[in-house]
Design a protein around this ligand. Structure first.
Ligand code: MSP
Length: 527
């Protein structure tokens, strides 16, 4: 069986999860669920990043030890992922001793390869980004303070002994690797950014230890230093797959097929991480997808801007799930449909309500309710077998199963879109099918057919197309809105559990046979 190992970034456990994290996890979850549906053996990993100065400072502000502080925040992430029905298989905490053992092993491998040396680091440091900025890149405020070119936050001068990783040594290898693997960095325009901004000017060696703090994994053989948070966090992708603890499991899952991360940390994932792996004698990941940011509305006048705690515009996903009675699907649908995953997008309560009412309540919910009502009223709840299809029927059917058809490269169109994270386009295509079914009701007028005993067979055909059409749609939406898909499946009276049906049958027209529908609650009560 083909396998698929997919990861998300591991968020800093220094504040509650927000809608940006929810976007990333939902996107990765859609891919993970879709790949499972397509027959892959999937391993899906997320976790939390719990070391470093940022964690120390946040814990101190909260008046807690870092350990206690992390232990309070981490369940908020894991809990939110459960509410959002994120189907992760593993959750790595960087404070887990098994992770630390893997990081130690990795450090030793890189050192043995001659890529770690002791030097001295001086420079302008950004606590919130956990990075040094070059003197030449730091901005200077009118009062002389140095500010981060990325966040505008005040930088602090740091001078300390530090171990360095010979990143510069991998500039050519990385350049060749990126050139030889054009799909490695996605979307493609981000690959150009990485090459032009970092590889062409040339990478500098990077400081990978700190003596100023003690919250981290100790440097092997020099306990005065702790390992710099990125040289610890990135390694979660292998420790979580068995590196340093389970040779067989590691051989099964590495290299990862997909790292899903935000555009702001693409450099660490596409340039630093592969260089670290090359140095340790391991394969780089197969692909890294850099998604865009979710911005939130400040006011109707100001438009949209970046979320941040200081601006007080951070959106809590938990509230957006609670608003729909604990159903995560409206939020999942909104994030995947409204935002082009590779680009920045925006959240506003109005946009979410509009999507919910138009696409979910009026289009999909309504179609299911109307269809099942007719099957109950005219056929005692039985989905009778269809008669011969006319040209109109054939056109509707082929439009519905179009996403499941083969694309020129041999995979389904569906898989192709999933592999490229074209979630909003795929959903738009699926909804074209949903709308066609609504149009088909208007056009075929089953309520009129029902008045004419001589047209009983035609009525059965029309209702079959509606029910089987909804059955196909349930499969297509399952990775995106699994709870809704399961409800449609059940209401259509399908006995076989969704997960047990192989994709070959799932994707074929004609699956429904002699089902007895069970109309349930309205999927999406209007708001
Ligand atoms: N701890 C590091 C990642 C280490 S991975 C080995 C980190 N944490 S973070 O909490 O700042 O961000 C976690 C993820 O959320 C990143 O992929 C980041 O890009 C993403 N997002 C943070 N804010 C976001 C938005 N407003 N919108 C979308 N994603 C955003 O970086």
């Amino acid at each position: 069986m083909n396998r698929y190992y997919i990861t998300t970034a591991i968020p800093y456990a220094n504040s509650a999860p927000h809608i940006g994290h929810a976007l990333e996890l939902t996107g990765a979850d859609v891919a993970a669920r879709a790949k499972r549906m397509l027959g892959y053996d999937v391993y899906f990993q997320t976790g939390t990043d719990e070391h470093g100065q940022k964690m120390l400072e946040s814990a101190a502000k909260a008046g807690r030890s870092v350990r206690e502080f992390a232990d309070e925040i981490v369940p908020r992430f894991a809990g939110l992922w459960r509410e959002l029905e994120i189907s992760f298989d593993n959750f790595v905490r960087t404070t887990d001793p098994r992770h630390a053992a893997g990081v130690t092993k990795f450090w030793n491998a890189v050192r043995e390869n001659g890529d770690i040396y002791l030097g001295r680091y001086e420079g302008w440091y950004s606590v919130s980004e956990e990075v040094f900025h070059l003197e030449s890149q730091a901005q200077t405020a009118p009062d002389g303070r140095k500010l981060s070119p990325e966040t505008g936050e005040e930088l602090v001068w740091k001078s300390e002994n530090s171990y360095f990783f010979r990143w510069s040594r991998y500039n050519d290898a990385l350049t060749n690797f990126v050139r030889a693997n054009p799909a490695f960095i996605a979307p493609a325009f981000r690959a150009n950014e990485m090459v032009n901004t970092f590889l062409k000017p040339g990478l500098q060696d990077i400081s990978i230890s700190r003596t100023s703090i003690q919250w981290g994994i100790p440097v092997p053989g020099d306990a005065l230093h702790v390992i710099y948070v990125w040289f610890d966090a990135l390694i979660n992708y292998i420790t979580g797959a068995g590196y340093g603890s389970d040779v067989e499991r590691f051989a099964q899952w590495w290299p990862a097929d997909m790292h899903v991360v935000g555009k702001d940390i693409l450099k660490f994932h596409t340039l630093l991480w592969p260089a670290m792996l090359m140095s340790a004698g391991l394969d780089p990941p197969r692909r890294v997808f850099g998604h865009g940011f979710v911005n939130t509305r400040v006011s109707a006048v100001d438009g949209f801007e970046k979320m941040s705690k200081s601006k007080g515009n951070v959106v809590d996903p938990h509230a957006l799930i609670a608003r729909f009675g604990g159903n995560p699907d409206p939020l999942r649908y909104f994030l995947m449909r409204e935002i082009d995953f590779g680009q920045d997008g925006a959240y506003s309560p109005e946009a979410m309500t509009a999507r919910y009412n138009a696409d979910l309540a009026n289009t999909l919910g309504n179609l299911l309710a109307r269809t099942l009502t007719m099957v109950e009223k005219y056929q005692d709840g039985i989905v009778a077998p269809p008669g011969a299809y006319c040209a109109r029927d054939e056109a509707v059917i082929s439009a519905l199963i179009a996403p499941f058809q083969k694309s020129p490269n041999g995979n389904s169109v569906y898989e192709e879109m999933i592999d490229n994270f074209r979630f909003n386009t795929l959903l738009a295509d699926i909804w074209t099918g949903v709308s066609r079914l609504n149009g088909y009701i208007t056009e075929q007028q089953p309520f009129k057919l029902a008045n004419d005993a001589a047209r009983k067979d035609r009525l059965a055909t029309v209702l079959y197309i509606l029910c089987e059409g909804l059955r196909v749609i349930a499969a297509q939406i399952a990775p995106f809105i699994p709870r809704t898909a399961a409800a449609i499946w059940t209401q259509l009276g399908v006995a076989e559990p969704f997960d047990s049906v192989p994709f070959e049958r799932l994707s074929q027209w004609g699956f429904l046979r002699d089902a007895r529908v069970q109309r349930g609650e309205n999927l999406f009560p209007k708001i």
